[in-house]
Design a protein around this ligand. Sequence first.
Ligand code: MLT
Ligand code: MN
Ligand code: ZN
Length: 303
Amino acid sequence: MKIRVLGAGAGGGFPQWNCNCHNCHRIRRNEMTGSRRTQSSIAVSTDNRNWLLFNASPDILKQLEAFPAIQPKQGVRDTGIKAIMLIDSQIDHTTGLLMLREGKPLNIYCSEMVRQDLSTGFPVFKMLEDYCTVKHHSVPLDGSSFTIPGIGDLRFYTQSLKSKAPPYSPHRNDPHDGDNIGVIIEQISTGKKVFYAPGLGEIEAHVLDAMQSADCLMVDGTFWTDDEMCAQNISLKKAREIGHIPQSGEGGMIEILSGVAKARKILIHINNTNPILDDDSEPRKILDAAGIEVSYDGMEIDL
Ligand code: MLT
Ligand code: MN
Ligand code: ZN
């Protein structure tokens, strides 16, 4: 299978429009080694023609233009996007649906909780009824498997995990199963598996099992430290409070990944405040030594 990272950034992207943090300031002035990142999305395919899109980022139009394999191939209107899976109802993962309104009915795979948020607090499913329309398909929350018509040779296993519903959701401080999911993507013919979870607030036993079974992990890379945004006077919120395990420190993602021996390890959904965006930073050296990669826009993984 091929995985294309359409956007490796977290909400706001990098640089963020109104941000003057250490990273955003320097990338605008070409004063750091690193690259800009659009907001959180990947696409997966086994034939390089028919793609499952994961999340629909506010930056989707730019991401699709930068990726010829997903562009129209035949007829006057066409797309390589055959279905869309949403891992939560966060703004950085769903706003791009509005940008796809000119197309055919959107086949959207997501949890019942996400469907509710996207029909009430941010009623994009309802709004699209007067444009392309949405066909919603509920995903299982217990890790059981399913396939998606038009997406050949792939099987999916979805499970509920602990991260956070968006601030606009009634579930922000009242978590429900399915507010956030993790996905194992398995190529049926080869048995190769990727585990994708851009928001991970806690590693429950079933999440660790999924990680252990995968050949490649694409997991939450949002923050380096728990107090990263507080330390830069950007927000009072800690990483863990908003559903993201930081990389460094006790119980951090580096420690967690060190217990998962066999997989290729890739961080995704990286916030603009995170020092790992600087290729020359000390944190980046620590990740290199731990065998952990940092994803970037346009990265392709062949598995
Ligand atoms: C998050 O995952 O916490 C976000 O990136 C928040 C956002 O989209 O603003
Ligand atoms: Mn996000
Ligand atoms: Zn910034």
